[in-house]
Design a protein around this ligand. Sequence first.
Ligand code: BGP
Length: 478
Amino acid sequence: MKFPENFLWGGATAANQLEGGYDLDGRGLSVDDALPGGKQRMAIIAGPNFDWTIDEQQYVYPNHQGIDFYHHYKKDIALFAEMGFKAYRFSISWSRIFPQGDEQEPNEAGLQFYDLVITECVKHHIQPVITLSHYEMPLYLAKHYGGWKNKQLIGFFKHYAETVIKRYSDRVHYWLTFNEINSAAHFPVLSQGLIQQNGANEPRNIFQAWHNQFVASAYAVKAAHEANPDAQVGNMIIYATSYAYDADPINQLANLKHNQAFNFYCADVQVRGHYPSYAPALFKENGFTESDLDRTSDELALLAKYHVDFISFSYYMSSAIDATGRVTENISGNLMGGVKNPFLSASEWGWQIDPTGLRIALNELNDRYQVPLFIVENGLGARDTVQADGQIHDDYRINYLRAHIKAIQDALADGVNIIGYTPWGCIDLVSASTGEMSKRYGFIYVDLDDQGRGTLKRTRKDSFYWYQKVITTNGETL
Ligand code: BGP
């Protein structure tokens, strides 16, 4: 099966994990700047209970320097072009544009930085695919407004989205609203600026925050379509194909419920434009009722009118559900929890590797929504070593990606409409879950360690040349 002619091969990154320059040219701090790297990080992200009242001057963690894309973007984009990228997915740092988040006037220096990045992409015939909010928001909005559970954030985000969409829409056709919006179930601090002190431990707040994000996302769809009728706006979810552990109906039912609550809930609203019929039952399971949510009829009308044009999603792993409790072997590190699937191996971080699960994901999403699908993240986090010859021979990464691209090819043959593939961390960057450099995904190696030491030198890995060939042959040579 051939890949479609205009298939968007490329790569993906996020501002907070890559840019650095966190305090340059008027940028404000973001939620991610308050999070350290290393062992404490996962506990905070998943907890999330930590003291973020400490002096902001102390937020000087090595991970905030990213890989200094802020000063290397030209070189880096040239390397993407050398691989043949048709698309580059990156995010705008909201606090670079609105340092606190609640200002009227944007920070012109911040806007200019993305002008430069976009111009560079266009110069190399690379389509920018822009995520409006990727795991960060102005820290001020989290601290002083309580994060996304506060409805005022809708207006702030609307203003931010309109500002950047108006500014860039002559050159940008693809927009994504909130990165992995459904991940708030696991990481409310990154996704919604919610910590325990402002209500993350009450599911009702997470659902209210989701509703507010749905409305904010609908405003972004409206702004993008008004600015450019050809603009395409996608939602962005983390999709982890989920299996019932066995044919026991109890497990099958638990898996169905898990899919509703995790894989589908946000997409159902953002793609179909209305809340699914199982929503009241889901609220009840989470200890609250429909009337506890503040959802106005105007907002619901907006959701119906400005649903997204396509679905984008990340895919790294699958999970297996055993509700009977018969299986006791849990899989440590698999983000979505669940039990160990005996048919699968896992990465060093416990993410279960499952290319067939990607084919299933694509079919499931296609069956349910019938809209174009864009895989905007996929990849293997691994520790790379620079060999004696100065090169990085990352055949493990090539094997992972090859198997997943084959699965995409199979899904195309199944009849699924897939518009692109942008593997995660196309250049090494700081990991979201560990806050460290040593978990790498890139085709391009960056000389930087977990303490922020290194020359920042970029080196093409073996996977660089392999992916270059994949793109030049439009997926025929894998
Ligand atoms: C996704 C996030 C990314 C990214 C990726 C890999 O969930 O959208 O920001 O980091 O996962 O995760 P990690 O860096 O934790 O390995």
